[in-house]
Design a protein around this ligand. Sequence first.
Ligand SMILES: [Zn+2]
Length: 347
Amino acid sequence: MVIDKSIITDLVEIPKTEIHLHIEAVTTAETVWSLINKHNLSIEGVNSIDDLQKKFKVKSLMEFINLFINIIQASFKSEDDFYLLMRDLREYLLKNNIVYSEVFLAPTSFINNGLDFNKIMDVLTVEADRFYKEDEIDIKYIIDVSRGFGLENAQKNLELTLNYNSPRVIGIGLGGAEKKGKAEVFEPVFKKASESGLHVVAHAGEDCNYKSIDAAVNILKAERIGHGISAMENEECMNHLKELQIPLEVCPTSNLFTRAYVKSIKKHPIKMFFEKGLFVTVNSDDPTLFGTTLVEEYLLLLNKDIFTKAEIGQLILNNLKATFMDEKDKASLEIKIRETLNNKGYL
Ligand SMILES: [Zn+2]
């Protein structure tokens, strides 16, 4: 299939939602470089913007984690720095015509570096309110309670989230290294979050086998699963996900990068999940770190003949359906999306 520019233009013009996006991973090398200079930071192996740009082209999981924690998160030294992050987020959302997004923030490293959660959230919510007015893009936040930092830290993050009490903060998510913290450990945190009216989601089945997905669904009662790739190994797990219609936030380029279960895009289980009737959505995960965007993820799936245009249309609608948007707003956005999909031959 030959991809011409009009396909990219069409994919951009379709209004979209995104539900699996890490705010730290929309940061550009330029932003991080300006923070390194602003705060006079010395970061090993980073003496110029060129060095930093090279670090942004991660080739392994270790390089990814190093960049995420030791370079990006470490360069944010004051809450005001988050204005730059919001500028990058706005640019990313506008470029992809993402009109509604649910964005993860992992606050632990920032807090450990001495920043104040409430002040960070003030910047994130004030800017989100401004973008909503000026650009008609709606941003909601899901606070990450990282597996790797343990139960006590997760409880602390939940308390901070509940105390912050903003309509822009809608849930908690289990993220971080899947191998470093079993879902069951976090059961009390997820139970309390649900009882307090927060949505709960969990990364699972990205780097660990299908039992990790079962635990996130059965024990944490996760409303959506980040990735869920290893469900491909187990018929029962797939049937369960299908039966409950739990949305899977699949991030193809990210899964290829992790390489735990997917060695090539042609072997990615996304199409098999879709054909079996599982609830599949497409997302970008960490755009600037993986050199991708939401539009490019859809383009990849089209370009490799994995999905037809009509199926891509369905995936775009699935993503909307899987959001935690209230039903009235969801219905009115659905009309807009369907209209554009229809005009562009995606329905
Ligand atoms: Zn993720």
